[in-house]
Design a protein around this ligand. Structure first.
Ligand SMILES: Nc1ncnc2c1ncn2[C@@H]1O[C@H](COP(=O)(O)OP(=O)(O)O)[C@@H](O)[C@H]1O
Ligand SMILES: [Mg+2]
Length: 226
């Protein structure tokens, strides 16, 4: 189980009346194995900031993140990197491709960073499921936005993480690929027991979630379960 306990993130800003503001305010939530939690909210409401803190990528100004019994930010840097790489699969909102590697090599990268050879057959199965197996030897510069996004999804899932944190993964996909990605993430939770957090603006995603959270100006509220 991934727990956020009273997480806050204050950013310092040079302009404006206050010299800092809370992008995330006192957020607590528990993400459970086998479930998809949806996180919605307007642009700028703090969703990405919260996801980065849950992913071990951004040290909160207050609060803790616990994966089972491990307090992520109490770990030394090297141990946190190892844990992140072994257990947390992040599908970032922005670009994340390594441009010098092929698509398949990008997908295998998390496994190789763990010192493994990497399961090329497994990686290809993810590329197939996402409809981009034909691009396995292409370089990221040759891919469209939607293809790059699907490569990032394949990379997160091929690493076989316990937790999948997806930041608007269907943002640049057409309807057909949106449905394919949402059902892959749902399957990862239901059939493989993964813990999935899905940040989305897409109302199409609602049926794929077990619970829905909403961010407003950095504060989190739980919405009724569908
Ligand atoms: N590194 C940063 N420094 C200062 N402000 C930031 C930084 N990153 C994000 N913000 C601000 O924090 C707020 C929340 O951003 P973000 O978490 O990206 O929101 P969302 O993902 O919901 O669109 C925004 O007002 C954004 O401008
Ligand atoms: Mg965002």
């Amino acid at each position: 189980m991934l727990h956020a306990e009273n997480l806050s993130m204050r950013y310092f800003r040079k302009t404006g009346q206050a010299n800092h503001f809370h992008a995330v305010k006192d957020v607590s939530l528990a993400l459970r194995p086998g479930e998809v939690a949806l996180l919605t909210g307007r642009s700028g409401s703090g969703k990405t900031t919260l996801l980065h803190m849950l992913a071990g990528l951004l040290t909160p100004t207050e609060g803790r993140v616990r994966l089972d019994d491990t307090d992520l930010y109490a770990l030394p840097d090297a141990a946190l990197s190892r844990l992140r790489n072994a257990k947390l699969g992040v599908i970032p909102q922005g670009r994340s491709a390594v441009d010098t590697l092929t698509v398949l090599e990008n997908v295998l990268l998390p496994q190789q960073l763990r010192g493994e050879k990497g399961d090329a057959k497994g990686a290809l199965r993810w590329l197939e499921a996402l409809g981009i197996a034909n691009l396995r030897d292409a370089r990221p510069a040759e891919l469209s936005g939607g293809e790059l996004r699907r490569m990032a999804i394949a990379r997160a899932l091929a690493g076989n993480p316990e937790v999948v944190l997806a930041d608007e993964p269907t943002g640049d996909l057409d309807d057909e690929n949106t449905a394919a990605v949402l059902s892959l993430l749902r399957k990862a939770a239901v059939e493989e027991g993964k813990t999935v957090l899905l940040v989305t603006h897409d109302s199409e995603a609602l049926p794929y979630g077990d619970r829905i959270y909403r961010m407003e100006s950095g504060a989190l509220s739980a919405q009724s379960e569908e």
